[in-house]
Design a binder for this molecule. Structure first.
Ligand code: GLA
Length: 398
């Protein structure tokens, strides 16, 4: 284990032992990594194809099972304690970090009738948003509660359970990108997922080409509930229904843009803003396909260019970049040695990610530190840069 992670495991274990008076050798630990999505933005909820990596920055959850069916949690990052009985799970409350453990417990109770709870302490890796820490906590609680109840669940089934936490319990109509990257990634490989049928391929970095992955946290985190996220998903669904109807094909509430045959995708015939949303979907599907081929060929320059174009389409067609992220997109893409950059995740706040030549490291740090806080003084003490590496999927460490 990475020594930094080992120190964090130790600190969480000590805190948990102080909280429960249990012996350290009874403590279990789940590691649940953050993720990035270089290509395939906002197409997962339309059953498109996406790409991603899990990062060497992971949430850790130290816990001991509770045979009495109580869940009690403390966090390094959120105030107070969360505490509830598996038999009396309350609905989600806006902005409450307890929503994620309650949601995980609820779907596991509905699916497997779990009876054992846990007492745990959660620790986040770094002060950043936009790398799907919410899916990382969903996965951490699922794995911990499953282990505490002696359940063994396939990663693909956990992808669906995590989706139910978000869609049914929290009320965010997102797709399966985040938890899939957290549950299915492999160190050093680009993970490609087809959200239509769940098919996964891992494309290794050919010839071991050197590259840097840089995450720039914009300084602003945002929970997606309450943003335009659900509205955009609804617009895409509406675009799908109109295109299917135009082509004389059946359409209903479950229709997604992926169901529209390419030859029937007469995007220009749609009213705005639906045309722009559909344009983003079909363009992004092409970029993901071209990106997978470029990665497989070791053509990181072309992969980077596609990331930049993907970010441009997110801004122009999907209309989802916050002003801070739009600045980072422009700043990073203009630095020599950056092959490409775009914002991660939904783009309503959070982080940008860049793929770059390792020799450009110092220049990138200097340019971002000089120009970004000048344009956005409101975040001058909260934005941050992180060079990250890829890692394996979430797991119960012990
Ligand atoms: C968020 C959602 C994902 C996905 C991305 C955008 O991270 O949780 O399902 O839609 O935004 O690609």
């Amino acid at each position: 284990m990475d020594p930094r992670e080992a120190r964090r495991v130790e600190a969480l274990t000590q805190r948990l032992c102080a909280m429960t008076r249990c012996a350290p050798n009874l403590v279990h630990v789940v590691r649940s990594p953050l993720r990035i999505c270089p290509l395939g933005a906002h197409v997962d909820h339309q059953l498109g194809r996406v790409t991603g990596f899990a990062l060497d920055q992971a949430l850790l959850l130290a816990y001991v099972p509770d045979p009495g069916g109580r869940v009690r949690l403390a966090s390094d990052d959120f105030p107070g304690e969360v505490s509830f009985d598996l038999e009396a799970i309350e609905p989600a409350q806006p902005g409450d970090w307890g929503n994620y453990p309650r949601g995980a417990a609820q779907v596991l109770r509905e699916t497997f009738g779990i009876t054992r709870g846990l007492t745990g302490v959660l620790g986040g890796p770094m002060p950043i948003g936009g790398l799907s820490s919410s899916a990382a906590v969903d996965v951490a609680y699922l794995l911990a509660l499953q282990q505490a109840n002696g359940l063994s669940v396939e990663p693909a089934d956990n992808v669906r359970l995590a989706q139910r936490i978000e869609n049914d319990y929290i009320g965010l109509h997102n797709g399966v990108l985040d938890q899939s990257m957290i549950l299915l990634s492999r160190r050093g490989a680009l993970t490609c997922l087809d959200c239509l049928d769940g098919g996964v391929t891992h494309i290794p970095n050919p010839m071991g080409r050197r590259f840097d992955l840089l995450v720039v946290f914009s300084g602003i985190s945002r929970s997606l509930v309450g943003t335009d996220y659900n509205r955009r998903v609804a617009e895409c669904g509406e675009a799908a229904r109109l295109l299917l109807a135009r082509a004389g094909l059946p359409a209903d509430d479950a229709s997604r843009l992926r169901h529209v045959p390419r030859e029937a995708a007469e995007v220009d015939a749609l009213p705005e803003p639906l045309a722009r949303r559909a344009r983003h979907f079909f363009g992004e599907m092409d970029r993901v396909e071209a990106g997978a081929q470029a990665w497989a060929a070791g053509d990181l320059e072309s992969f980077g260019r596609l990331m930049r174009e993907s970010g441009e389409s997110s801004i122009a067609n999907y209309e989802c970049g916050s002003p801070h992220l739009v600045t980072l997109h422009a700043t990073l893409n203009a630095i020599p040695g950056v092959w490409g950059a775009r914002f991660c995740g939904a783009g309503f706040g959070g982080s940008a990610v860049a793929l770059a030549h390792p020799d450009a490291r110092e220049r990138i740090v200097a340019v971002v530190n000089r120009t970004y806080p000048k344009e956005h003084p409101d975040v001058k003490s909260s934005f941050s840069l992180h060079f990250v590496a890829t890692t394996d999927a979430a797991e119960v460490l012990r």
